[in-house]
Design a protein around this ligand. Sequence first.
Ligand SMILES: [Zn+2]
Length: 224
Amino acid sequence: MPTHPLYTRFSAIRKRSFARHLDLFLTTIYLRSVDGRLQHIRQDEYRCFHPAAEERAAYLRSHQARSLGEPFAHGQTVQCLEIAIRQWRAENPALEAELQSIHNQHHCLSAEEFSQLVSSQTGELACEYCELTESDFRELIERGLVRTKRLSTRGSTFEFDCRDPEQGYTGNNVALCCYWCNNAKTDEYSVKEFKPVALALAAVWRQRLSTQASVHNNDQGQNV
Ligand SMILES: [Zn+2]
């Protein structure tokens, strides 16, 4: 069903999932190397890729660096990591395409598993944590009730999140969640710990929706 709207959304989420996963993989290879060079990467290495907790922590640290000049590994900086990854990608487009296909088979949900995440009640995607649906977020965005500026470049507001990051993309370890919950949860909180936070965020979203609904009850509200 390649032209089905649901498949289009699945493809977008899967593509972003690969971009993040490849970044994590290359960062881990960089850490494991003796001199910080990304060489001789094999497909089977990616297929079996499973980062250790400390490697994931180092990866997150590289993303949280306040400047690219911060030290990272091998006596080098976060910028050296950035350059190594960029260079590897420029030199290996064919291998990257092969890794993407491995990702889609081994490190991501299938289209069928994805379709099971769609609510049978509403026919919509919903965030597993805050429980808001696609149409809730569409309404928030269309009414200008979302402040996130980078959203337009991200396409869908939904992402895959590994409930237990160390287990990766095994079927029942993957949640579908909104961009905001995913960013807030990070790797720090367990699903159980994060749930009340997400429900508090949901209350804020619903407050925005209800306030605006009463203000614009007679105009834009009809369009959503
Ligand atoms: Zn959410």
